[in-house]
Design a protein around this ligand. Structure first.
Ligand SMILES: NC(=O)c1ccc[n+]([C@@H]2O[C@H](COP(=O)([O-])OP(=O)(O)OC[C@H]3O[C@@H](n4cnc5c(N)ncnc54)[C@H](O)[C@@H]3O)[C@@H](O)[C@H]2O)c1
Length: 296
């Protein structure tokens, strides 16, 4: 027992008084490592060979997680694996539910569990109603089906497959990559994309409610415009970059590395009381709406 006024020995990670009235952390690195600890967590990232998924995989692997990147692009998987030698790779098309089940079963067979699943794979195709080919009565139905198959069905397949081992474990974190385009209208984004992303937002809400009974958490990240290979990397064209930058109060597109903080937060116990929410990482994009412009 310590008497009132007597000093209490500091435990590791505690804050200790440096001088009277001044506080400093005992060991900031240890506190951070404890709060965001993902060492040995088994993590699956779909669409993990490029862009945002690769940035998520990288930060988790660098923090000591056992990461599996799954992607349908074999060349990019090879490049990513050369870059991140500790990461396992799997060739998969998330639009195929049996292939996604097999992927998750394989991860669980090899590692004994699945702690974190990023349902991140996605594509962009076609234009929005700011273009004559992207109006509600002109958009291409074949592209619609392709985008829905990956961006909505692929996420459903991944969430379903990941939920099974996580329910058995009574723990887990599922993180869906949605989009600011799923939270409001955007004339520069195709109907297929805004509808699929809006769909995954409500999938996250419903699945979070459902899976909370097994202590499994489900959240979404909603990126604004990031410079990645989405849509074939077309966003790297200077005019597209300038348009996206103008739509963002911070005045620029995001760099994939800027997704790392939220990915680590949602994958670790730092978010242990967070479920069913959608977190924008968008440079403030949701604060303003781009004008629709003249009739195309
Ligand atoms: N870049 C942005 O501005 C932005 C904004 C909002 C949301 N997003 C979302 O972020 C996620 C990641 O996209 P990104 O921007 O990193 O693009 P990206 O093209 O760089 O990466 C996407 C990866 O997903 C893979 N993929 C595509 N279809 C697949 C399938 N059927 N099965 C398995 N893998 C598949 C691709 O091969 C690629 O490696 C997507 O869901 C995208 O919709 C991106």
């Amino acid at each position: 027992m310590t008497a009132p006024g007597e000093s209490v020995p500091a435990a590791p990670g505690d804050s200790v008084p440096a001088e009277r009235g001044e506080w400093s952390p005992a060991d900031p690195a240890a506190v951070l490592a404890g709060v965001f600890d993902v060492r040995d967590r088994v993590v699956l990232v779909t669409g993990g060979a490029s862009g945002l998924g690769l940035a998520m995989a990288r930060v988790l692997a660098e923090c000591g997680a056992r990461v599996v990147i799954a992607d349908r692009n074999a060349d990019r998987l090879d490049e990513a694996a050369a870059d991140l030698p500790s990461v396992e790779r799997a060739l998969v098309d998330v639009a195929d539910p049996a292939a996604v089940d097999e992927l998750v079963d394989g991860v669980v067979d090899r590692h004994g569990r699945l702690d974190v699943a990023f349902a991140n794979a996605g594509i962009g195709a076609g234009r929005g109603p700011g273009d004559a080919t992207g109006l509600v009565d002109t958009f291409d139905l074949e592209l619609w089906r392709q985008v829905l198959d990956v961006n909505l069905n692929g996420v459903v397949h991944t969430v379903r497959a990941a939920a099974r081992p996580m329910k058995r474990q009574r723990s887990g974190s599922i993180i869906v990559t949605a989009s600011t385009a799923g939270l409001r209208q955007d004339p520069y984004v195709a109907y297929s994309y805004v509808v699929a992303k809006a769909g995954v937002v409500n999938l996250v809400h419903q699945a979070a409610l459902d899976l909370a009974r097994w202590q499994v958490r489900v959240n979404a990240i909603a990126p604004g415009p990031f410079r990645t290979n989405l849509g074939g990397g077309g966003s790297r064209r200077p005019e597209a970059d300038a348009r996206w930058a103008a739509a963002v109060p911070l005045g620029r597109m995001g760099d994939p590395a800027e997704i790392r903080g939220l990915a680590l937060l949602l994958a670790s116990d730092a978010s242990s009381f967070m479920t069913g929410a959608v977190y924008p990482v968008d440079g403030g994009q949701l604060l303003q709406s781009p004008p629709l412009g003249p009739l195309p």
